[in-house]
Write a protein that binds this ligand. Structure first.
Ligand code: SAH
Ligand code: SF4
Ligand code: F3S
Length: 475
């Protein structure tokens, strides 16, 4: 890795995707900090000012739905202004969108001033790509004198592109990359990468490659060192954590090992796939002391026929039986899910099954997405796409019912006392602390007096329920 001494230079990372995307951004941030860059300080002028201040801008993209793609191209259009003002600014784009040839092609054609393009399989290459891009930028600077104020045509072209189809020989995993974590007391830990499930609507298997699991020792070492750094909560990440298998250790066994690490008070994971949720994992909710009583278990649809065409590998009844098992292990377990509305061929009768599941499971909360055709996935080629107005009507009906149920369930928790990990100040009001219950419910608390509460797990009585959060007081 080339050493560059660039003190008091700033970086800005804009992350557009899921937790795995956020974790990758932490790695890129760690690399930039090792190179002497500091994160852009908080800017009163918002993201436009941050972009203007940054010497390096990295946009980490998501491709899961079309609106994510559109947002990215919108953001690039805005970043162009900052780059025009300061052509020596390095702009890098990475993440899931870059794994698709047509996207990289479009960047070369429409946004040739982008300096670096890299993918999800070679994040470790970023420091050397940055050095290459800087060398090119310096050479351009010499050629055109002070490029400041010149038109973009004087600085266009020569994008450094490094996107790979797989993560190298035998789909290796690079360990030991640096990291600059977002939160002091909770951390994301990857346990596996990629996905082999090929749900027919989903782009992720194409953007994240084949499933590969980290060795359990590498995960345990990372979590032990996080505990030493004061981390209390660990979120284990994978597209399908249930299919984790590292060095002969499966996912429930891994939870058993992590449960023993002193200092880690809370273990969570996402995402688990219903088709692979084993009895052993359900049993963990009884036996693992630190496993939080919550699970995100995406169902996508309540119709067995739609699930078959989605290639999900389970039927409506299988999902309902899993919920019974989970509630058998812990009746208070918080259950959340994802739905896709308007999957090709979804009939009124199919949708009625989805509404029926909503009534029967009574989810604590749910993310609902309008089906978005993704180029290269089988479902994008299905002929019976659902008209927009029908999909929107179903979407609205469903979200209203889900929100009503969330509210009914949240109201019943009012008066109860829960251990809350205080994560920081509330986003909207600095005098208010915010934290989460073991089930993951967000609580805002006005402390009776100022104090050093952040990072502590404290008993909190819930006093008022809203759809997405609670008010609470120290009990
Ligand atoms: N690995 C996770 C999901 C990752 S994507 C799992 O299998 O559960 C997160 C969510 O995005 C999915 O659960 C799905 O609800 C939604 N999603 C994925 N592809 C989509 C598409 N083409 N259109 C709409 N929603 C989609
Ligand atoms: Fe996509 Fe399905 Fe894999 Fe989840 S399990 S990432 S929805 S292909
Ligand atoms: Fe998006 Fe990639 Fe995550 S497509 S949802 S950032 S795995």
């Amino acid at each position: 890795m080339k050493e560059i001494n660039i003190n008091s230079k700033y970086y800005l990372i804009e992350t557009m995707g899921c937790q795995m995307n956020e974790r990758d951004s932490e790695t890129v941030a760690g690399m930039l900090e090792n190179l002497g860059y500091g994160r852009v300080p908080p800017c009163a002028g918002g993201v436009a000012e941050a972009r203007a201040l940054a010497d390096v801008i990295v946009v980490n993209t998501c491709s899961v739905r079309e609106n994510a793609d559109n947002r990215f191209f919108g953001v690039l259009g805005q970043i162009k202004k900052a780059k025009e003002q300061e052509p020596s600014k390095i702009v890098a784009v990475c993440g899931c969108m870059m794994q698709q040839e047509h996207v990289v092609e479009r960047i070369r054609r429409v946004f040739p001033w982008v300096d670096i393009v890299f993918g999800t399989m070679n994040i470790e290459a970023f420091p050397s790509l940055l050095a290459d891009a800087q060398a090119k930028s310096d050479a351009r600077g010499k050629m055109i004198g002070d490029a400041r104020g010149k038109t973009m045509s004087t600085v266009r072209g020569e994008t450094v592109v490094d996107v790979r189809d797989s993560a190298g020989p035998a789909d290796s995993i690079v360990e030991g990359l640096p990291s600059k974590r977002e939160h002091p007391h909770k951390a994301f830990v990857n346990i596996m990468y990629g996905c082999n499930n090929y749900c027919t609507y989903c782009i992720v298997p194409y953007t994240r490659g084949r499933e590969r699991s980290r060795e359990p020792e590498a995960i345990l070492d990372e979590v032990r060192s996080l505990a030493q750094d004061g981390v209390k909560e660990v979120m284990l990440l994978g597209q399908n954590v249930n299919s984790y298998c590292g060095g002969g250790t499966d996912f429930p066994a891994l939870i058993g090992l992590l449960d023993e690490i002193p200092g880690i008070e809370r273990l969570r994971f996402m995402t688990s796939h219903p088709k692979d949720l084993s009895d052993e994992l359900v049993e963990c909710y009884r036996t693992a002391r630190r496993l939080c009583p919550s699970i995100h278990l995406p169902i996508q649809s309540g119709s067995t026929e739609v699930l078959r065409r989605m290639n999900r590998g389970y039927a409506k009844e299988d999902y309902l039986a899993l919920i019974d098992k989970l509630r058998g292990a812990n009746p208070d377990i918080v259950i959340t899910t994802d739905f896709i509305v308007g999957f090709p061929g979804e009939t009124d009768a199919d949708f009625a099954h989805t509404m029926d599941v909503i009534e029967r499971v009574r989810f604590d909360s749910a993310f609902t997405f309008l089906y978005s055709p993704r180029t290269g996935t089988p479902a994008a080629e299905y002929e019976d796409q659902v008209p927009d107005d029908i999909a929107h009507e179903r979407f609205e009906r469903m979200v209203n019912r889900l929100n009503d149920i969330t509210m009914e369930k949240n109201r019943r928790l009012v008066g109860g006392v829960y251990d809350v990990l205080i994560e920081g100040e509330s986003k909207t009001d600095k005098a208010t602390l915010s934290g989460r219950t073991p089930g993951g419910k967000l609580v805002n608390i006005r402390p009776p007096e100022p104090g050093d509460y952040v990072g502590q797990i404290l008993p909190v009585r819930l006093t008022e329920a809203n759809t997405f959060s609670f008010l609470g007081e120290f009990a």
